[in-house]
Ligand binder design. Structure first.
Ligand code: PLP
Length: 385
């Protein structure tokens, strides 16, 4: 059966160009990039090339501002822990209620186990924070503000430029989890004064198990993964060279046709959304439709469970999601939708559709053909319908 994959905020297909770029590092260039010999040195050159490619894709001033990590989760943990470790007198963090568990669960752990105070900023019904509330939450002992650039479930984009202005003026470090933004929207860190930025390979057509943390030059840093002196002493552990080389190529590919791709994908997303609203009754779109990732829409279908919809779509090879990959599998509705004030029943009936550069118009047409009868069928069975 053909797979219609519209779950790209969970993970993406590895681009063929990325696979090709990774292959030489398994059988030919398999040396250790930290070795003194020429063989190792050759490999190190490829790591440094990838560092430059990643740096360029986010407008970093220098390649040395990039530290390779194992994933977005590690990058998030490394940034927040570095801010606490380098400012031991500051024990307060500001974040939002809609962060990915990579940030939220760490913050809850720090509160419970390490005596750190955390302020969780509320969001409105579009998933946006109030910047006045952010200003009021900042304290002299705030070590770091950690706010995602865009939400993985609704696609809502936060005004990171304005947020960076606010934190910068107060001299407080800013981390942004840009895992869902890198490769989808242009980023220029020369203009946006964030101190830390997390990204993850598998969200932009590189492999799973590689990520990066941007650390602005001059920002104090303390390694989270402690071991050898790799990554200029900022992250222990031999670099995953093949995946790092692939990440570099993935960043380059994303940059190449970004404007064109962004418009094409947004057009398909809009077609899907408009088609759903036209063909299905009692549907609402969750998130900020004016400030949203081009590839994402999140829809709530009244009176039915998102999981039931997913199971029926799965029969047609359609892969979507009813929350983040981490929350699906539990019966709790998405914390993001609940934080936006969406009632439990409605949040339970939500589906996240996330497209990619490989999504085609035929696939959108296929979804629009199969979805309405699925909803109709489930509503007939639903006791609350
Ligand atoms: N942050 C956001 C916004 C995400 O969407 C994800 C993955 O879903 C992560 C962090 C975690 O990234 P990784 O899977 O690379 O650890």
């Amino acid at each position: 059966m053909k797979i219609i994959y519209v779950d790209n905020n969970a993970t993406t297909k590895v681009a063929p160009e990325v696979t090709e770029a990774m292959l030489p590092f398994f059988n030919e260039l398999w040396g250790n990039p930290s070795s003194m010999h020429t063989f190792g040195g050759q490999v190190a050159k490829h790591v440094e090339r990838a560092r430059e490619q990643v740096a360029k894709s986010i407008g970093a001033q220098r390649a040395s501002e990039i530290i390779f990590t194992s994933c977005g989760t590690e990058s998030d943990n490394a940034a927040i822990r570095a801010a606490l470790a380098t400012q031991p007198d500051k024990r307060h963090i500001v974040t939002t209620t809609v962060e990915h568990p990579a940030v939220l669960n760490l913050c809850q752990h720090l509160e419970k186990r390490e005596g750190v105070e955390v302020t969780y900023l509320a969001v409105d019904n579009k998933g946006q924070i109030d910047l006045e509330e952010l200003k009021n939450a900042l304290r002299d002992d705030t070590a770091i503000v950690s706010i995602m650039w865009a939400n993985n479930e609704t696609g809502t984009i936060f005004p990171i430029e304005e947020i960076a202005q606010i934190t910068h003026e107060r001299g407080i470090l800013l981390h942004t989890d840009a895992v869902q933004v890198v490769g989808k929207l242009p980023i220029d860190l020369k203009k946006t004064p964030v101190d830390f930025l997390s990204l993850s390979g598998h969200k932009l057509h590189a492999a799973k198990g590689v990520g990066a943390l941007y650390v602005r030059r001059g920002t104090k840093f303390s390694p989270y993964v402690i071991g050898g002196h790799q990554e200029s002493g900022r992250r222990g552990g031999t670099e995953n060279v093949a995946f790092i080389a692939g990440l570099g190529i993935a960043c380059e590919l994303a940059m190449k046709n970004m404007d064109e791709e962004r418009n094409r994908v947004a057009g398909l997303r809009d077609k899907l959304e408009a088609g759903i609203l036209e063909k299905v009754q009692r549907v609402t779109v969750n998130g900020d439709r004016d400030h949203r990732l081009p590839n994402t829409t999140n829809t709530s279908f009244e009176s039915i469970e998102g999981e039931a919809i997913l199971l029926m779509l799965n029969e047609y090879g359609i892969c979507a999601s009813s929350g983040s990959a981490c929350t699906s599998g539990s019966l709790e509705p998405s914390h993001v939708l609940l934080a936006m004030g969406i009632p439990h029943e409605k949040a339970h009936g939500s589906i996240r559709w996330s497209l990619s550069r490989y999504t085609t118009e035929d696939e959108i047409d296929f979804i629009l053909e199969k979805l309405p009868p699925v909803i109709e069928h489930l509503r007939k069975l639903s006791p609350v319908s």
